[in-house]
Design a binder for this molecule. Structure first.
Ligand SMILES: [Zn+2]
Length: 255
């Protein structure tokens, strides 16, 4: 039995608990200098970039190409952009205990142009994220999971994140994209030990700590940190379904 098949929550998202001092070992972000920015500082730039008629030329005419492309059985394709310079990390090394799911303001487009656009805009804004997915089942590896990225203010130095291509939180999700997210969670469990289960977040003043390692939406993380200003990835994102897909993949090695 894996972590993915235990511990069903009624609500499959993370829960937020107050900092009552009852928790044995809360992991708090360290250097607050890393906790003031996140991905959504780039929302206006992304919206502007994508609404330009020639944005495909401006933002995808680039020499960035993945170092490798790996097909995973069941329709997931992994594009490795690490060390290409497309979306470099923002700080030093971290030991992540949370996995935060986001959506950017980027439309899904066929191929890897959406990954290139997102990487270009985040880099220009001094932001980064470790992973991204798209509707075709694509996964972008932008950085290593122990590289600090400015993706979720208040928890950057204890978390990794994934930008799941969508223009709005109201859009539906393809099965292939949910599989891509599941693959990302399985890889994070194997590489840095983040269990595939809802996290317990601890509410702080501008910071969100972690009482139980696992996954969370950005909305819950933002609530825990006291900002209450993020609503992504939205109601179309099914944490429970992703967890089932991840458990299946861990058992069978395919989707
Ligand atoms: Zn977000």
């Amino acid at each position: 039995m894996t972590d993915a098949t235990r511990d069903d929550g009624a609500d499959d998202d993370a829960t937020v608990v107050p900092d009552t001092g009852d928790h044995d070992q809360i992991v708090w972000p360290g250097d607050s200098a890393h906790e003031s920015r996140d991905l959504h500082d780039a929302d206006d730039a992304l919206r502007y970039a994508i609404e330009q008629p020639d944005h495909r030329r401006l933002y995808t005419a680039t020499s960035y190409r993945p170092r490798s492309v790996t097909k995973v059985k069941g329709g997931v394709t992994v594009y490795d952009f690490r060390d290409t310079g497309l979306c470099p990390a923002n700080g030093g090394r971290i030991d992540p205990v949370l996995f935060v799911q986001h959506i950017p303001v980027v439309r899904n487009v066929p191929g890897i142009a959406d990954f290139i656009t997102l990487g270009n805009v985040l880099r220009a804004q001094g932001l980064a994220v470790q992973r991204a997915t798209d509707a075709e089942g694509g996964v972008a590896l932008y950085t290593r999971l122990r590289d600090l990225c400015y993706h979720a203010r208040g928890s950057n130095s204890i978390s990794v994140g994934c930008e799941n291509m969508h223009w709005a939180t109201t859009e539906s999700w393809t099965e292939k994209q949910l599989r891509a997210v599941a693959w990302v969670l399985v890889q994070a469990r194997r590489e840095v030990g983040i269990p595939i289960r809802p996290a317990q977040l601890v509410a702080g003043n501008g910071l969100a700590g972690c009482a139980r390692s696992g996954y969370t939406t950005h909305e819950k993380q933002s609530d825990a940190a006291g900002y209450h200003d993020r609503t992504d990835p939205g109601a179309g994102y099914r944490s429970g379904q992703v967890r089932e897909l991840a458990a299946f993949f861990e058992r069978h090695g395919r989707f």
